[in-house]
Ligand binder design. Structure first.
Ligand code: 3H9
Length: 706
């Protein structure tokens, strides 16, 4: 086993330094190394106290999440050494002081709480983020944390998973002291000050456990909050149950309860989905063939063309990242309107407490609204965000080509158009790339980075790096109609509309998908995006439609009557002045008369059928994208759907969900739909068919490509 814990001494204090970069996770060898260090220090008469510290950028950031993946895959992986370490630390005859910088998270905080004291630098953070991985603290954290911080603070940390800064952890009683200056020296000094005293055991502390009435109120409040903030997730409730046990049961029994709950969560599909999402978010940043040697251009200034919904949102994204940004429009009126919207958005953020007034002023100062091309010749990136029209975009790119400096990134925010055709309007197609932001751009985390056939490696690497700086999740996709997200969204929406045409109310269809976990139902999303968008595109591509194949028609019928969704107050739903939706009583009548004319049978679909038709439509198109190479890996598709389309993270994304259902079952159902509906699109994608026949999965396919 490699030596992952370094033992050194500072006179009478032993210092155990965890050296397991990048985040000092408790990988196999780390708990054993710490335990060995504690034993060595206890056996050495010259040592009077022990400091546990992390080497590099952080204290221990938790258990090694790869071990959970191994457990999920039935490939071993164990936590036994962590569990025995906790007892060995607490039972050490010589006091152990955890010295914390960076992040003490999950198992890292649990190890620190099993130590006798915790000291931290002011910039440190502490947290139990396990619920974000679909599990709960499994290293006795739900039992020790309430003993240090009280039930109310502990239940919030364990149920919602957000870390807290050192000052708050100190005030709560989790940290004993904040160290000014150098951490190691401060921790050694602290350790020396407690050497020779009886080490206090957190498990034996009772003074913070409070009274029944207050604890019950805190637990009940956390449950209400969990239902609101983490709808559909089981881990937050399991975490609440475990913390509840801490004040009701003796420590050992509480730990047993925690272990049962932890085990149940770890075995469940939600942890598989969330752990897939955790690694997925990091995997998408890795582009095969584009290594660290590819130069990344620094983006210090930006220029955006268009001050509409997208242009304004993108401008805010740059300003929020501290990058000075010019925003150009063609008329003063449009420019003023765009700036007014930006100001209003910022004001709302201040009202909601998201930003301070001072922060907003600083961001606004970074934005230069203008009608001219001034400064476009020095910008490191030019982002086009005008109306979705190819001729207009080509004209603008030809214009930018004549102005932008050599080497500048030229990005289009198109959501459907051909990047290669846009790039061909310039004499430098290698500099052109798609940056497809999702509306509202300043809120949605997804950025589809669309690679044209000429986009240079450096422009791709720069875009991926920039995404991170803009606090977006950048996913590299290929250049096909709709790219990854919207190409899949088409079949998903089609099925939702078909279901209404077959006699299911929009409330039923959206309700089933909302209960599945989608942030919004597909019909409400279409109302939000504007039904006219799809209607116009459909008219433009009418010539490509296959004769005799059923198409969703109800959205077009609504548009023909002037109902475009939220923007006109009516679509699949009716909207009041506050955009609150209620049923549109006219929809079912329209659906019935259309269906009668088109010979579409009326039948009520179960929740199961609604979910299967809509979600498997996503999966099947996803499989095609994967096979055609427009998505690099299935996990890229999942990350697109989790961050841009409100797919529930605890289901892992559409492709992971299909893996969890079993590709054999998904494929059989798609074939069954094919027989039942006779539509050519209900034909399993060849890749799906092959993987299903092999008993394989999309995740295994990804691993094969890695
Ligand atoms: C737990 O502790 C359960 C216990 O209760 C049970 C005890 C019995 N394991 O995010 P970054 C990798 S559950 C394995 O880019 P940053 C990550 O994949 C755990 N790997 O850096 C990436 O790899 P790569 C509770 C991990 O500076 C690299 O490290 N803890 C782990 O932006 C850098 O990561 C958590 O949930 C891990 N625990 O952010 C903390 N953590 O380079 C999860 C990271 O190959 N981690 N990696 O792509 C985080 O939140 C962030 O990584 C952190 C650093 C804030 C620490």
């Amino acid at each position: 086993m490699p030596n992952l814990v370094n033992y050194s001494t500072d006179l009478d204090v032993a210092v155990l330094t965890v050296e397991n970069p990048p985040v000092n996770a408790l990988s196999p060898g780390v708990p054993e190394g710490i335990a060995a260090g504690v034993a060595q220090a206890n056996a050495d008469a010259a040592i009077r106290a022990i400091v546990l510290i992390g080497g590099g950028r952080t204290f221990i950031a938790g258990a090694d999440i790869r071990e959970f993946e191994k457990i999920h895959a039935g490939q071993g992986g164990g936590l036994g050494a962590i569990m025995s370490l906790l007892g060995e630390l607490e039972n050490s005859g010589k006091p152990v002081v955890a010295a914390i910088h960076g992040t003490a998270l999950g198992g890292g905080l649990e190890v620190a709480m099993a130590c006798h004291y915790r000291v931290a630098v002011a910039s440190a953070q502490a947290g139990q983020p396990e619920v974000k991985l679909g599990i709960i603290p499994g290293g006795e954290g739900t039992q020790r944390l309430p003993r240090l911080a009280g039930v109310a603070a502990a239940v919030n940390l364990c149920a919602f998973g957000d870390p807290i800064p050192a000052a708050q952890a100190h005030a709560a009683g989790i940290f004993d002291a904040i160290v000014e200056g150098e951490l190691r020296a401060g921790a050694v000094e602290f350790a020396r000050s407690v050497a020779g005293t009886k080490p206090p055991k957190t498990s034996e502390r009772m003074e913070k456990l409070g009274d029944a009435a207050a604890n019950e109120a805190a637990i009940a409040a956390a449950r209400v909050e969990a239902n609101k903030r983490m709808r559909g997730q089981t881990a937050p409730h399991a975490a609440i149950d475990a913390v509840d046990a801490a004040w009701r049961l003796p420590f050992a029994d509480g730990c047993k309860k925690e272990a049962e709950l932890f085990e149940a969560c770890l075995k469940g599909d939600q942890s598989k989905g969330l752990i897939h999402a955790f690694f997925g978010e990091r995997t998408v940043a890795k582009i095969p063939g584009i290594g660290k040697d590819v130069p990344v251009m620094p983006i210090r200034s930006a220029a955006v063309i268009g001050a509409g919904t997208m242009g304004g949102g993108i401008t805010m994204v740059y300003a929020n990242a501290g990058i000075p940004v010019r925003m150009k429009e063609t008329t003063q009126e449009a420019l003023d309107k765009g700036m007014a919207t930006i100001r209003r958005n910022y004001e709302n953020s201040v009202k909601r407490g998201r930003f301070t007034q001072e922060y907003v002023e600083q961001r606004l100062a970074l934005i230069t609204p203008q009608l001219s091309w001034d400064g476009f010749d020095t910008a490191d990136i030019v982002v086009e965000a005008v109306f979705e029209n190819m001729e207009l975009k080509k004209k603008i790119f030809a214009e930018i080509d004549g102005i932008a400096k050599a080497g500048a990134v030229l990005a289009s925010n198109t959501s459907t158009l051909d990047i290669d055709a846009i790039a061909a309007a310039t004499k430098r197609p290698e500099s052109v790339i798609g940056h497809h932001f999702f509306s509202p751009a300043n809120v949605m985390r997804l950025l589809e980075i669309v690679r044209g056939k000429a986009s240079s490696d450096s422009v791709i690497a720069t875009s991926m790096d920039l995404a991170k700086k803009l606090r977006k999740v950048g996913v590299l996709v290929g250049n096909c109609r709709g790219f990854v997200g919207n190409r899949m969204f088409g079949p998903y929406c089609r099925e939702s509309i078909f279901l209404v045409e077959e006699g299911n109310t929009p409330e039923r269809v959206d309700g089933a998908l909302y209960r599945f976990g989608m942030a919004m139902g597909p019909l409400a999303v279409q109302d939000l995006a504007g039904l006219d968008v799809g209607w116009r595109i459909r008219k433009e591509y009418k010539h490509l439609e296959e004769a005799g194949v059923r198409h969703a028609e109800l959205d077009s019928l609504l548009c023909e009557q002037g109902h475009y969704g939220q923007k006109t107050g009516k679509g699949f739903f009716v909207y009041d002045a506050n955009r609150k939706a209620s049923p549109n009583v006219e929809v079912m009548g329209m659906a019935a008369s259309y269906a009668a004319g088109a010979g579409i049978g009326q039948r009520e679909a179960s929740d199961e059928e609604i979910v299967e038709r809509c979600v498997y439509a996503l999966v099947n198109e996803g499989a095609r994208l994967l096979e055609e190479g427009f998505a690099l890996r299935s996990v890229d598709i999942d990350i697109v759907y989790l961050n841009g389309y409100g797919f529930p993270a605890w289901r892992g994304g559409p492709m992971k969900y299909a893996d969890l259902v079993g590709l054999g079952k998904v494929c059989a159902k798609i074939r069954e739909f094919g027989v039942r509906f006779g539509h050519p699109f209900w034909k399993p994608a060849p890749l799906l068919e092959r993987l299903a026949a092999e008993g394989s999965s999309f995740s295994a396919y990804d691993r094969g490509k890695a």
